[in-house]
Design a protein around this ligand. Sequence first.
Ligand SMILES: Nc1ncnc2c1ncn2[C@@H]1O[C@H](COP(=O)(O)OP(=O)(O)OP(=O)(O)O)[C@@H](O)[C@H]1O
Ligand SMILES: [Mg+2]
Length: 417
Amino acid sequence: MAASETSTSTPQENTTSRARLLVVDDQPIIALLLNQIFLDDYDVQIAHSGAEALTYCKTWLPDLILLDVVMPVMDGHEVCRRLKANPLTRDIPVMFVTGFTDPKEESIGLELGAVDFISKPVNPAVVRARVRTHLKLKFQAETLELINQTLESRIAERSAELKTAMGHLLQTEKLASLGSMVAGITHELATPLSNMRLAATSLTEYVHKVKTDIKGGALTRSGLERFITFCSDTTDLIDRSARRSEALLLSFKQVSVDQTSERRCHFDLRKIVEHTVHVLGPTLKTTPYKLITEIPPEIILNSFPGAIEQIITNLVNNSLAHAFPERTEGCMIIYAQLAGDLLAIVYTDDGIGIPAPIGLRIFDPFFTTKAGRGGSGLGMYTVYQLVTGLLGGTIEVGADGGCGAVFTIRLNYSALQ
Ligand SMILES: Nc1ncnc2c1ncn2[C@@H]1O[C@H](COP(=O)(O)OP(=O)(O)OP(=O)(O)O)[C@@H](O)[C@H]1O
Ligand SMILES: [Mg+2]
């Protein structure tokens, strides 16, 4: 019979090995007949009982099983059930070969996971076509699975590469910002240091001249008075320059907060804000401006209270320094809101506001509109570093000029538990 059929190819024949077929039937004549049908195209094995079929599957995994339903001891349904329960064999397509044409019988088989039914007596052309179709489907599914796995591993590879690249980028960015920081420090410190040097040199030269005048008896009273005035002006200049350098060094120190040495602990947000406002009290008292806090109670964070204090201090000092020029009244508000996982801390003042061009550069190191007048431009840079680094959040500036400044800090509440 097999000789009269046209030879058919399977996906596996296109590659290296032939597809494997397991024929399970307790009637030798049927098993032989099926063997004859498939012999030319597939590797066929025959099992004469359910137990024998299961034993085969332990060492010889077929690509498809043709399974008789009615067999003594273990029927086809039970064999199918066991095959589907085993992760090694559950994906092998099972086609029942049955003498019944009972639809109930068919639905039991389908529920058990069979892919098809062949009725006895078998029609070689039909059984061959169906086997071919199911094998094709199986191989396509396997190919898809393989492509899927390759894609997944490629995605994982690419993600890892991207992560490394991002790490490098971050490192480069950090180095670049460190570089610009060092350049800034050098630039900022250069002026007070050279002032001090100049003052010291002039003083030394003047002292030398006065000494010579004394020796030669040429020092007059007015000459001495001029010398004393010069000494006083010069030491004043040295003192101011030294203070400026000290203030600059303090700002630099704040920028380079060491994340590991910062104190981490559980604290109540409201208490820390109130404490900071208390510390700022004496400074605020010398101004006509008001600071209001509206922080809900019981927001407990496991984080860095020192960072929160520093942020609030810098924001308040900025309002005092920049927001109310020539104004006799002004108000600053700090409020917080907890919504699900988002903790927002908002700081506002009703001062002159921050125009968009300043808003765009406000977090840059050394950006200040008070250059040469006490501003180092490190206050908001420090705030940015603390919020995004130590606290792992984001900060946004309301850049609409004219309606006061607004800074919104967003933190992930559950990450700070
Ligand atoms: N509340 C505010 N209202 C208006 N302008 C502000 C406000 N806060 C900051 N600015 C602007 O942002 C600039 C940068 O602020 P930043 O705190 O970084 O530096 P600074 O205050 O000038 O100097 P310092 O480093 O001494 O704090 C300020 O020079 C100012 O122009
Ligand atoms: Mg400032």
